[in-house]
Write a protein that binds this ligand. Sequence first.
Ligand code: NAI
Length: 247
Amino acid sequence: MDFAGRTAFITGGSRGIGLGIARELARRGANVAVAGRSGADAERAAADIATNGINARGYACNVANLAEVQEAAARAITDLGSVDFLVANAGITRDKLLLRMTPADWDDVIATNLTGVYNCAKVFASHFVKQRRGRIVTISSVVGLTGNAGQANYAASKAGILGLTRSLAKELAPRGITANVVAPGYIRTDMTDDLSEEIQRKLLESIPLKRFGTVEDVANVVLFLLSGLADYVTGQVINCDGGMVMA
Ligand code: NAI
């Protein structure tokens, strides 16, 4: 896969899965715009990624705020010439059983994980339609397919991403723009390292391939969907979960 001359805008790209996707794209020639809540972290990640011939920039952008997304997108398009790929990856958890979940726990997760994807898709769909090309990949979770005790807010946001992305795929297909979802299982990042050893052992038992995923495992699927190999793929959900969830 060669992404020379292409540019990707990756939300939550300063660490974890988003950083992994940004690195793998840059390794194959893409320019990258790393968007994160902290501008300093995003710029540090971009400086780390930028190598010979690769333009990487970092932007402060809270995806829950449409005006911030519009501004970061406009700056990225000016700085990098255009944007061809949106990877809507930013996400948070506020895990609690429903009876203890506060309205703020609910609202924060929906605002970042679901409204954030809406905001980014809205801004970049308009850019992609005007330039007559573009690809969208959203990052959901297997939990959006199965539900999970203690994650009603997170699971609802991740399930919402499926409906949102499939609708986008239908709306944008006549313009030749694809939109697909990657649903990771348990991937080793800061988000999952906090889990107790007991929980990690139990989780491993539920994974047919008997290992946690890596950020590169997820990046590989995202890169496939952004590449020419996936020209005829849209509105799909691809699980990257070691076989945890088989539909
Ligand atoms: P992480 O916590 O390591 O990274 C999340 C990134 O999103 C961070 O850079 C954070 O600053 C950014 N972010 C959070 N809120 C934001 C906001 N309002 N605006 C802009 N950026 C924001 O998480 P990780 O593990 O890399 O997860 C990335 C995505 O993958 C998330 O959407 C997560 O739900 C999803 N995922 C992760 C799994 C895992 O096992 N790690 C499993 C399934 C899905």
